[in-house]
Design a protein around this ligand. Structure first.
Ligand code: ADP
Length: 429
C-alpha cells in the first residue's frame, strides 16, 4: 500500500471518529452530568444514580440521529437503532436492557411507550399502548401518574408489589428530553435494604432484651439488699453471688457482641497467612480438657500426625473450635464422649481440610438446624442460659467461617447427637 493511500485512509478514519464523537456528544454529556451529580449528591446519591442512568439511556434513546430523519420514525415508536456508530455497537434497546433497574417510558397521557427488560421481568408484559394506571393500581402509583399527566412532574414515591412475592420499590419519575411529553419511571428495588434494616432493628431489640434481663435482676437484688434484707447476712451472701453471675453474663454478652461487630467490619478481608490447623485444634482441646472432665466427658481425638497448614487467622480459628467443642460439652454432655477429628483432603478435588466435632447428646431437630447459626437463636433458651450461653456462639462461628471462604455443615437427628464440620479451603484461590 502506498504512502498516499495510507494518508487517505488515516484521514477517512479521523473523519469517521470526529463524526462519531459529534453523534455521541449528547449522550456523553448527559453521562458526564449524571456522573458528576452522583459524585456530588452525597446522601442523595442512591436516588441520583438510577436517575442519572435513566437520563443517559433516555438521551441515547431520544436524541435525533443524524443518519435518519425524524419523519422516518413512525409516530409513537422509539428509534432504537445503533445511533450511527460502528456495526458491532449495541442497539439502544440492548443498552436499556443492560440496566438492572426496571425503567418504563410513558407519554403525556400515561400510556406506555417502551420498557426495558428488567421492567418486563419484574412486572410482566407492559406492551406499548397500555395505560400504565391499569397495571399499577396502587394509589401511590396512580397519584404519580396523575401528577405527571397534569403537572409534568412528580416527587419520588415508595411502592410495594405483593405478588408473586413482596418487593419494595422507590419509584422516581423524570421528564425525557426538553419540550417532549415523555417520562421515564425508574423503579429502584429496596427489598434487600429493607430486609437488612429489619434485621438490624431485630438485632438491637434482642441485644437490649438480653442485657436488660440480668440488669433488671441485679437492680431488684440491690433494692432488696437496701430494704427488707438489709440486716440479713445469709440473704446478702446469696444475693451477691447471684448478682455476680448476672454481671458475668452481661460481660460475656458484651464480649460476644464486640467479637461479632469486629468480624462484621472485616468480612471481606480474607486471611492469607498459613496456620497449622492440627496445632490449633489440639491446643483448644487441651484448654477445654478441664471443662470436659468436670462434665464427665472424654475427648476422642483423631488428627493427622504432622502439621496441616491452611490460610487463616489463628485467633479466629481458635474461636471457632472453642465454640464448637464447648457446645458439644454443654449440649451433648449426656453422650459421655466428644469426637474431634480432622480429614486432610487437600490432595483430592475438594481441596479442603475438614474438621468435625461430634457429640452423642440429644441432637438437634431438623427444623432448628438451618436457624441455629442466627444471632440469639436457641433451641431452648433456659438450657442455653443455664450453661452460660449467649446465643451468639454459632453466629460468630458462621462469620469467621465465611470470612475464611470456608463452609460449616451441621448433621444431626434427634437422639442421635450432632456433628459440626468446618470445611477449610486448602489453598488461597
Ligand atoms: P449458645 O450461646 O446458646 O450456646 P450458640 O450460638 O453456640 O449459642 O448455639 C445456638 C443453639 O444451638 C444453642 O442454644 C443450642 O440450642 C443449639 N446447639 C448448639 N450446639 C449444639 C449441640 N452440639 N447439640 C445440641 N444443640 C446444640
Amino acid at each position: 500500500m502506498s504512502m498516499d493511500q495510507d494518508r487517505i485512509d488515516a484521514r477517512r478514519h479521523a473523519a469517521r471518529l470526529r463524526a462519531r464523537l459529534v453523534n455521541a456528544a449528547p449522550v456523553a454529556g448527559t453521562a458526564l452530568v449524571a456522573i458528576a451529580a452522583t459524585a456530588f449528591a452525597g446522601e442523595a446519591a442512591p436516588l441520583v444514580a438510577p436517575l442519572g442512568g435513566a437520563a443517559v439511556i433516555a438521551a441515547a434513546l431520544f436524541w435525533p440521529q443524524p443518519s435518519r430523519s425524524r419523519t422516518e420514525i413512525p409516530a409513537g415508536v422509539i428509534d432504537t437503532g445503533t445511533g450511527g456508530s460502528a456495526p458491532d455497537a449495541p442497539t439502544l434497546a440492548e443498552l436499556a436492557d443492560a440496566v438492572p433497574e426496571p425503567i418504563v417510558l410513558i407519554d403525556g397521557a400515561g400510556i406506555v411507550v417502551q420498557v426495558n427488560r428488567a421492567a418486563s421481568e419484574a412486572f410482566g408484559a407492559l406492551p406499548p399502548g397500555l395505560m400504565l394506571r391499569i397495571r399499577f393500581r396502587a394509589p401511590e402509583m396512580q397519584g404519580m401518574i396523575d401528577a405527571l399527566i397534569s403537572r409534568g412532574e412528580a416527587p419520588a414515591i415508595d411502592y410495594a408489589e405483593r405478588v408473586p412475592f413482596e418487593r419494595a420499590y422507590r419509584v422516581s419519575a423524570m421528564r425525557v428530553g426538553a419540550g417532549r411529553r415523555l417520562f421515564a419511571l425508574v423503579f429502584r428495588d429496596q427489598s434487600e435494604a429493607r430486609r437488612i434494616d429489619r434485621m438490624r432493628a431485630d438485632f438491637i431489640a434482642n441485644a437490649s432484651h438480653e442485657l436488660r434481663t440480668p440488669l433488671a435482676s441485679i437492680s431488684g437484688f440491690i433494692e432488696t439488699l437496701r430494704g427488707p434484707a438489709k440486716n440479713d447476712a445469709t440473704a446478702r451472701e446469696s444475693f451477691l453471688g447471684i448478682m455476680q453471675r448476672q454481671t458475668e453474663r452481661m460481660a460475656r454478652l458484651i464480649d460476644d457482641l464486640l467479637s461479632l461487630s469486629r468480624l462484621e467490619m472485616r468480612t471481606y478481608v480474607r486471611p492469607t497467612t498459613p496456620v497449622d490447623l492440627v496445632a490449633i485444634v489440639s491446643q483448644v482441646a487441651e484448654a477445654l480438657g478441664q471443662m470436659a472432665r468436670d462434665a464427665e466427658i472424654v475427648f476422642e481425638i483423631s488428627l493427622p500426625p504432622g502439621p496441616v497448614e491452611v490460610p487463616g487467622n489463628r485467633d479466629e480459628l481458635i474461636q471457632i473450635f472453642q465454640n464448637l467443642i464447648e457446645n458439644a460439652i454443654k449440649y451433648g454432655g449426656e453422650g459421655g464422649r466428644v469426637e474431634i477429628s480432622m480429614e486432610d483432603r487437600r490432595a483430592s478435588s475438594e481441596n479442603e481440610v475438614a474438621v468435625t466435632i461430634r457429640d452423642h447428646g440429644p441432637g438437634i431437630a431438623e427444623e432448628h438446624i438451618p436457624r441455629i447459626t442466627e444471632r440469639f437463636y436457641r433451641v431452648d433458651v433456659e438450657t442455653s442460659r443455664a450453661t452460660k450461653g449467649t446465643g451468639l456462639g454459632l453466629a460468630i462461628v458462621k462469620h469467621i467461617v465465611t470470612r475464611h471462604d470456608a463452609r460449616l455443615t451441621i448433621k444431626s437427628e434427634l437422639g442421635q447427637g450432632a456433628a459440626f464440620t468446618v470445611h477449610m479451603p486448602g489453598t488461597v484461590h
